[in-house]
Design a binder for this molecule. Structure first.
Ligand code: ZN
Length: 264
């Protein structure tokens, strides 16, 4: 069986969720995405992708969605008012609180489905923190692995299509065609960094940045070629990959792990 946790009646939870259940927390963001996209992009993508993955796995995986966490850590965008951001400390505590609630059920697997690249390093840390604190098996998955975490970005964007660029704009245009202002979409690619050997997004030398460091537009990438068709293709690929990841997550075990719950 699979579904949304919130749709169960209280007493059903104990009989429905079990050791094979995979509990998924979609995580979005409400943050500026350049002149052409609304603040909701990451929240919409996280929610829509999670819903589609739920439909795609059907009852192959005992998958349970938690409500999408729409506000997360977006401090690289707070220079532009309208962005809503939790501090890293607050988000870590929210994740710990939710993980404690998941650990109170019989489920043992918790997946963070991350729609916002800026959360990635904190969520990697949270995977280990939650494993230690609550004994859950923890996983971090992305609709797109962010370029800053080693994921791909298009050649035309020199690996800098990290925020409101081609792929994200296309995906959002497919999901919410009426909410994209393509006439306001402009190229904003930091080509001055293109020849860097070491200092790149996802490169060997990491660097601290905010989107303001790349100009006043707010996005980083080239959304000008984004189309609904490309978005539809990307959405299909993303959902298929994530559904497959969920199937593997459902079977994942450490051969030598202590029984669930033994760490408290
Ligand atoms: Zn985004």
């Amino acid at each position: 069986m699979s579904g949304r946790l919130e749709d169960l009646r209280g007493p059903q939870v104990a009989e429905t969720l079990g050791p094979d259940s995979v509990v998924v927390l979609p995580i979005g963001a409400i943050e500026q995405h350049g002149p052409h996209l609304p603040l909701s992009v990451d929240a919409v993508i996280a929610e829509e992708v999670a819903s589609a993955v739920l439909a795609a796995v059907g009852d192959d995986v005992d998958l349970w969605l938690l409500p999408t966490l729409e506000v997360s850590k977006s401090d690289e965008h707070t220079w532009l008012p309208g962005t809503l951001s939790l501090s890293g400390d607050t988000l870590s505590r929210v994740l710990d609180d939710l993980a404690r609630c998941v650990a109170a059920t019989r489920a043992r697997r918790l997946v963070f489905l991350n729609g916002h690249g800026g959360n990635s390093s904190l969520l990697s840390t949270a995977c280990r923190d939650v494993r230690l604190a609550h004994g859950l098996l923890t996983f971090l998955v992305h609709p797109f692995v962010p370029p800053a975490s080693g994921g791909p970005s298009t050649e035309e964007e020199f690996g800098f299509g990290i925020h409101g660029g081609l792929q994200e704009t296309a995906l959002f245009a497919y999901l919410r065609p009426d909410e994209v202002e393509m006439r306001l979409a402009v190229r904003n690619v930091p080509e001055w960094m293109a020849d860097n050997r070491w200092i790149r997004f996802g490169g060997p030398v990491q660097f601290g940045w905010t989107t303001r460091d790349f100009g006043v537009d707010g996005h980083v990438g080239d959304p000008t070629g984004a189309t609904v068709e490309l978005g539809e293709q990307l959405f299909g690929e993303v959902v298929e990959a994530l559904a497959d990841q969920m199937r593997e997550i459902a079977l994942f075990e450490f051969p030598d792990a202590e029984p669930a719950g033994s760490t408290g």
